[in-house]
Design a binder for this molecule. Structure first.
Ligand code: HAM
Length: 422
């Protein structure tokens, strides 16, 4: 029979990797809580219109990457391609602005985009993201970048670069778009087919194109920073002053316009040379008009998301301690298994991480399995032990063995502190 495989671009996170993911998530939670963020758990599916209206109809994500299906009642539903739109929807729907002048929220979970799979690019991928609502002050932009930098520090990740830009606001953006159009109109033949279309609907996207030729042209194109209005320029300068006071290094990347339409003013990416073509490990920016565009009160906002798979590949997993069970019970013979099973139940009730090898086999083969699992101790219960009313406790580090009366074994193990910590 043909074997069923996972869908292209969608992968399993196997146990040895998932331990590291949990460690990374834990560090994210600790860092974000330190900065005053609270977790929000957003749905995996939303009405597709949410993403059309937020990310933008002419973006790659909405045009060709969203997984959309029709529900039984005919409603168009999408698997979320990102988290920001959902958090904004929830912020509005749950009237966050009524109860507090600002909100700091984070989320962790899978996103779905039907992109061409390649290293660091999947169709189901995980993001750790955060959003802040209610502050237009440039210092919060710097605080957010500082938080991402701190988070990376807690994971001992180094060698990344922070790139920033400002793409202006609805006041100054039209002037920039006009300048872009004037620049590209005489060069349309040199652009890729995609960018020729972008020229009509979304000329800023051309700056984001990965094709080498468009890339080279875009380098000569007008720069957003030269078209900022006074308020946007002041904001951008203040973001930089605040960043300098945190001591974080950054560079200005004039072409950093991002691939989603909702951004205003500050945009940023953390990139790493060791990630290859898909080099952004974290990305985000301001979106001061989105809450209102989706039907909420005018609310300045900003956020970012970190790509878990890319972060994982930058992280040195060796530093994460594995958590093997503490005790492995070797049971010999049917009687031994019965005694062992009741002992196992008592150990588990006491919260001592223990496992029993139900596949049986010889003492030697069970010991080999215990060794492989790197447990701290082995309890052996065979015919001998049953006849004597004892169990044999083998310390796997010192390789020493002691006999303990069966009636005392739980009490003895309970008092070994390291057995409790899993
Ligand atoms: P994004 O740039 O589309 O922004 O994605 C953020 C990060 O998610 C990327 O830098 C990358 O690390 C990771 N990522 C994106 N697509 C994939 C993929 N196909 N496979 C693996 N990793 C991927 C957003 O999603 C915005 N919501 C960020 C944001 C939050 N802006 C404001 N708030």
């Amino acid at each position: 029979m043909r074997q069923i495989q996972a869908i292209k671009g969608i992968r399993d996170v196997l146990p040895e990797e998932s331990v590291v993911w949990q460690h990374i998530n834990q560090k994210a939670r600790e860092t974000f809580h330190t900065f005053g963020y609270q977790e929000i758990i957003i749905p995996i599916i939303e009405v597709a219109e949410l993403f059309l209206r937020s990310i933008g109809e002419t973006t790659d994500i909405v045009e060709k990457e969203m997984y959309v299906f029709e529900d039984r009642d005919g409603k168009k539903i999408a698997l979320r391609p990102e988290g920001t739109a959902s958090v904004v929807r929830s912020y509005i729907e749950n009237n966050f602005s009524r109860t507090s002048t600002f909100s700091k929220l984070y989320y962790i979970g899978p996103m779905f985009r039907r992109e061409r799979p390649q290293a660091g690019r999947y169709r189901q991928f995980y993001q750790i993201g955060a959003e802040v609502f209610g502050f237009d002050h440039p210092m919060i932009d710097a605080e957010m970048l500082f938080m991402i930098d701190q988070f990376f520090h807690t994971l001992n990740i180094t060698g990344y670069e922070l790139q920033i830009n400002s793409i202006g606001c609805p006041l100054c953006r039209p002037g920039f778009k006009e300048a872009l159009k004037s620049f590209f109109i005489g060069r349309l033949a040199e652009l890729c087919e995609n960018c020729r279309r972008r020229f009509e609907f979304n000329p800023m996207r051309i700056l984001d194109c990965k094709s080498t030729h468009c890339h080279a042209l875009a380098d000569e194109a007008p720069k957003t920073l030269d078209y900022l209005c006074d308020d946007c320029l002041t904001h951008f300068n203040k973001v930089q002053d605040s960043l300098k006071s945190t001591g974080i290094q950054y560079i200005i990347k004039p072409r950093l316009v991002r691939g989603l339409d909702y951004y205003t003013r500050t945009t940023f990416e953390f990139v790493s040379g060791s990630l290859g073509a898909q080099n952004a490990v974290a990305a985000g920016g301001r979106y001061d008009t989105l809450v209102e565009e989706i039907g909420g009160p005018p609310t300045p906002a900003l956020g970012f998301s970190i790509g878990m798979e890319r972060l994982y590949s930058l992280f040195d997993s060796i530093s994460v301690q594995k958590k093997p069970p503490k005790i492995f019970i070797v049971a010999l013979g049917e009687k031994g298994q019965e005694k062992a099973f009741s002992l196992l139940n008592q150990l588990l009730r006491e919260g001592i991480p223990s496992i029993m090898d139900y596949s049986g086999g010889s003492l030697k083969s069970q010991m080999r399995r215990a060794d492989k699992l790197e447990v701290s101790s082995v309890l052996i219960i065979g015919e001998d032990e049953i006849n004597k009313g004892i169990v044999t406790l083998r310390d796997m580090t010192t390789k020493t063995q002691t006999e303990i009366p069966l009636s005392e074994v739980i009490e003895r193990l309970k008092n070994i502190k390291s057995f409790k910590s899993c």
